[in-house]
Write a protein that binds this ligand. Sequence first.
Ligand code: NAP
Length: 528
Amino acid sequence: MITGKNYIGNVLTSVGENIFKTFNPEQNKENNWLFAEATKIEINKAVELATEAFKVYKTISGNRKSDFLNEIANQVLLLGDELQEVYCLESGLTKERFLGERTRTLFQLRSFADLIKEGSWVEATIDVGNTERKPNSKPDLRKLNIPLGPVVVFGASNFPLAYSTAGGDTASALASGCPVIVKSHPMHAGTGELVASAIIKAAEITKMPNGIFSNLNSSGIEVGQLLVKHPLVKAAGFTGSINGGRALLNLASKRKEPIPVFAEMGSVNPVVLLPNALKLKAETWAKTYANSITLGSGQFCTNPGLILGLKSEGLSTFIQNLAEEIVKIEPSCMLHPNIIGAYETKKNIVVNEEGVSTVSAAKEKTGVNYGRQLVTTVNGKTFLNNPTLHQEVFGPFSLVVQCEDIEELKEIISKLEGQLTGTIISEDNEVKNYDEIVLALQNRVGRLIFNGVSTGVEVCDAMVHGGPYPASTDSRFTAVGVNSIKRWVRPFSFQNWPNELLPNELKNENPLGILRNINGVKTSEKID
Ligand code: NAP
């Protein structure tokens, strides 16, 4: 049942007077539930509880934390139809999308549970001391990753489950040993509260300290700002707009003690169509891209918003086919009137820029909050000279840039802002002749895709979901896959520490049987 209250640790409270509702974009009306925005007192209480909980939580074994994460997955599943109903009412997303996103969320939780149960993720590194070394003895140094402390997680509008309350940021932070305070996304506060109730229940069942998790409602930017500024908060995770992510990064760096903000932000995900691929398969690729551009009404950070090709008959055929294919696809509901409002504004800005022409637009009459797809085109020189055209238009939109020659294509790629992904469409080994293009693209993105689409982000160990700024605020880390745990830890060394007082990961006996680096060699052996 949705109460509209905040979870401050295990307790539901609502002392604030700022009340708001979520919105059903499919029916174009407000939902009935009333949510109370968290007050400053509630925010402070949540952070203080998290700080206390951290003292205990960081000492809890990987096995017990793993049980906690698995139990969260069990409890989310037990929310059953109620979660599905609220998710759809608050997002306009379909039942199928709900099922897919829930599966992904549970998989993420269980992947982190497996990771910390096994234990080697702490990257234990031991340089055994040598008192005989001349002229100076060598100290014994033992390093492992330790958690940072309370982490604030901002729910994402476009993933009410997988990148929100119990999503990737929360799962990875809890796995690392950090308490989490979620700043719930105002567009799906009910979904957030239900998932929060599952986390709290799991914490109680597995006897985790109170304060390990809190869920705070907000209807504006103040709650998030107070959290990021709070001196006891040690890091933040964010998915959303460049403006939002950048504002939080600035706030965090101005603190007396600056903290990291791992923000995953906008991206246009450039696609390079090589000439032979266009000559031979323009129709096929056009159909593939019509589907990818409109998938989920374009509301993915990996949406292909920029398509680059060399002027040719093949490129003209591709554009013509893309125009024909994309109008065949029925528009779908977007997340919220604000999202569709931003989409309409941004696409109109692009359309009205000099030199931009419309290739194909969806029919005018469609559902109220449905995103009408649009494909535009421009020549390479105009694109190069107009930074407005480089910006993300969040929705079912793409811009096809027609380049004069390979030099222009290379220049365009090298002048792009940082991106999550880059894609090369090539016929057989054609790509071999374009190594400079590949290198230029690699320099701007976090992941290169060969003959595919950027939409669809596999959750696995080798995934990099991040990239040079502004795709993310720190290109050294991924926001997806178990390696995302590294965002919430710091390396820590013990020097000449008594063996019996070391954490189990670093003891001579290797009681956890984990893989360690001992004197430069990876091994699960103990130290004699
Ligand atoms: P957003 O405006 O970036 O907001 C995301 C979250 O950050 C919200 O909870 C928001 O709080 C908070 N926030 C935003 N600006 C802030 C600031 N200056 N200080 C503190 N907190 C701040 O994104 P959105 O509302 O989810 O969607 C709006 C636009 O973001 C979309 O139209 C799209 O352009 C972009 N977006 C991009 C991606 C992507 O993956 N690239 C994903 C989602 C959205 P409040 O909502 O409480 O104000």
